[in-house]
Write a new protein. Structure first.
Length: 156
């Protein structure tokens, strides 16, 4: 079920379709640092705020040579609408079977109103150019989060 990754471990490989009609994979990112952030759903308030914040700082991440990939269970059509509606500049990838989310431990049991269900945890992973996880943020609160990730990326 949920994998408990730690800094220093190799980032799990993935290959996912993206909202631009292409695909992103750890193979394509090889040798390059990247941020993978998992989020529950397109167009929800926290997810929108997080995606906008990453988009606002994308040029800074680009200048550092750090790619950003947002991943949710939503399909590509949903990602395209989400990108267009909010002028997002970050790449959005679809993990419909939650295989990647499970590999990163972001597909977790949640509880709401006494009901238990499986869902996407808001979690972010900073991976260095050698493919090792440098830092992990779990149960992310969106306020100030992107600034913290950017600060850690500057230290790579």
């Amino acid at each position: 079920m949920a994998k408990n990754l730690s800094p220093g471990e190799r980032a799990p490989p993935f290959r996912l379709a993206t909202d631009d009609g292409g695909e992103i994979s750890t193979a394509k990112l090889k040798g390059k640092p990247f941020v993978v952030y998992f989020y529950p759903r397109d167009d929800t308030s926290g997810c929108t705020k997080e995606a906008i914040s990453f988009s606002e700082e994308k040029q800074t991440f680009d200048a550092l040579g750090v790619a950003i990939v947002g991943i949710s269970k939503d399909d590509i059509a949903s990602h395209r609408k989400f990108r267009s509606r909010h002028n997002l500049t970050v790449m959005l990838a679809s993990d419909p079977d939650t295989v990647t989310a499970q590999a990163y431990g972001a597909w977790v049991e949640k509880s709401m109103y006494g009901r238990h269900y499986m869902g996407m945890e808001r979690a972010t992973f900073l991976v260095d150019g050698s493919g090792r996880i440098k830092q992990i943020w779990r149960k992310v609160r969106t306020t100030g989060h992107v600034a913290a990730v950017l600060e850690a990326a500057r230290e790579l």
